[in-house]
Each structure stands twice: as C-alpha cells, then as structure tokens.
Design a protein around this ligand. Structure first.
Ligand code: HBI
Ligand code: FE
Length: 287
C-alpha cells in the first residue's frame, strides 16, 4: 500500500485537506480524464448498478474535463449532504473515518499519467471521483458511507480497523450487487478499472459469494491485483440495515477468537453464485 503520511503534509490544513487548484490542471490532464471517462462510461453500460448511472446524471459528470470539486459539492450537498474535499493522497485511517462520518469524501487531486492509464497504486482523482462519488448521490449509499465512517471512528478505539477495512474493501471498493438474476458492479475499485470491470463479472476465475458480514470480516483481500473473491449484496438497503443494526464491539470480540478464512476458500455455509477456478490468481503466481 502506498505510504500513509503521519502528519499533515506541507500546505495541508490540520484535517489534511488542500485546495484542489482546479485552474492548475493542464489540457493534457483534462484529456486523460476524458479518455478514462469515455472508456468506462461505455464499458459500464449494462454492467453497473443503475444507482451509479443515476449519480453520474445527478452530478452532471458527463461534462468534459476533471470535475471542479466546488461545483460537484454544490450538487452533491443538495442531493445527500455530502461534499468532496481534496487531499494530497492517502490519509490516516482515523482521519479518513472522521471525514466520512461528517459526509466529506476525501479525493486525490492528481490524475494518473497516460502511461499509468490501466493501473496505479495510489487513488487518483479518477478513482476517487469517478469511482466513489456517483453513489454518494444515492441517499441509501450516502447513509451507509457515513455509518461506515462513524463505525470506523469507534473501531479505531477498539483496535479493530483491519476488520472494518475488510468491510470497506469488499463493499465500497470491490462490491457486487444483485439485480434480479443478474449481478451488477458497484465497487469503486472495479468501476474505475477497465480490466476489472470485465473480470469481476465475466471471468470464471474468482469466487462470487453472497454477502455475509461475519464471514467477510474473516476474509483477507488483495491490494495489488484483481480480487479472488467478490461478495454480492442483495441491495444497498440491506447493506445499510446490516451495518446499522450490528453492534460491532461484541462482533469484533467474537471474531478475535476465529482464524482468517483463506482468500479463495468457499465454506459450506456460503451462498455461491460462482465457484471460481482461481485460474487467474494461479497463473499470476506461476508467472
Ligand atoms: N485515504 N485518501 C484516502 N482515501 C482512501 O480511500 C483511504 C484513505 N485512508 C485509509 C483508507 N482509505 C482505508 O484504509 C480505509 O479502509 C480505512
Ligand atoms: Fe477507493
């Protein structure tokens, strides 16, 4: 994982926010955004949850160029009370949770270079704004993200951030959602990635399992490659309900006594949508 600073970087406020400096983006940087946007908007048709597309419309994100966070935040504030603030990069977990708990989404202001068009280690403005922000215009998901932030502040006090990071990873970043008999994408790490937008739905390699909070919190995840397991929620309402109805403190205590589940394992209790071949992961290990 990229380095997470230990104190506010130069020029940042105590909460690590910095000005977006939208006027400083070059035409070439806007062009990278437009290229990524056009490719993903095409790729996601028919594959992404309709709530994501609705968010793109509400926030008028189809307009060319890197969005101006102030304009974006005006529309987002009207929709769900959220705003987008610029940060220099990954912020500390504690601060990340505090921003989310206050309906502030922290977004990187840099954009990847043409050479990194398909993968980069640290979240850039395309991952954060195209990937994460559209669903923040959906009232249920907006509530979920704030509940997650509040849970994170509590988890920090209980030393349980790693458990909650798994929930974030397997929902906010790499989650799938049912739509009738189909599965659709909604995780930001997937929808902002051309390759994983295909892999997560079409490839026979990964497991696709029904969302189960306890089981998910015992499952490690990949930070450097496509996931070996994806979890499928029934609806955003169900995800929110399970999160706000769960008393996490006893859950963390219960989980402390249980070993992790292997990243590619399938349990008898799992609701299996896809029993993956893991061919991709095995192939990567062999290479
Ligand atoms: N910081 N800027 C930024 N963006 C993130 O997505 C982020 C972060 N810090 C920590 C973090 N995500 C994850 O470890 C959370 O699960 C806490
Ligand atoms: Fe992200």
């Amino acid at each position: 994982m990229a380095s997470i600073h230990t104190d506010p970087p130069a020029g940042a406020a105590p909460d690590w926010t910095v000005p977006q400096d939208w006027d400083c983006y070059s035409p070439a940087e806007h062009a990278v955004w437009d290229r990524l946007f056009a490719r993903q908007a095409r790729m996601l048709q028919g594959r992404v949850a309709p709530e994501f597309l609705a968010g793109l419309d509400i926030l008028r994100m189809e307009r060319p160029g890197i969005p101006n966070f102030e304009e974006l935040s005006e529309r987002l504030m009207r929709a769900t009370g959220w705003q987008v603030v610029a940060v220099p990069g990954l912020v500390s977990d504690r601060l990340f949770f505090e921003h989310l708990a206050n309906r502030r989404f922290v977004a990187g202001r840099f954009i990847r270079s043409v050479g990194q068009i398909d993968y980069l280690q640290e979240p850039d403005v395309f991952h954060d704004v195209f990937g994460h922000v559209p669903l923040l215009a959906n009232p249920i998901f907006a509530d979920y993200m704030q509940a997650y932030g509040e849970g994170g502040v509590r988890a920090d006090g209980l030393g349980a951030i790693d458990r909650l990071a798994r929930l974030y990873w397997y929902t906010v970043e790499f989650g799938l959602i049912r739509q009738g008999d189909d599965l659709k994408l909604y995780g930001s790490g997937i929808v902002s990635s051309h390759g994983e937008s295909l892999f997560a739905l079409d490839d026979p390699s990964p497991n696709r399992l029904g969302f189960d909070l306890r089981r998910l919190m015992r499952t490690p995840y990949r930070i450097d490659d496509y996931q070996q397991t994806y979890f499928v929620i029934d609806s955003f309402e169900d995800l929110l309900r399970q999160t706000v109805e769960t008393d996490f403190a006893p859950l963390y205590a219960e989980l402390d006594g249980e070993p992790d589940i292997a990243i590619d394992a399938i349990l008898p209790s799992d609701h299996v949508f896809t029993r993956g071949t893991q061919a991709y992961a095995l192939g990567r290990r062999a290479s």
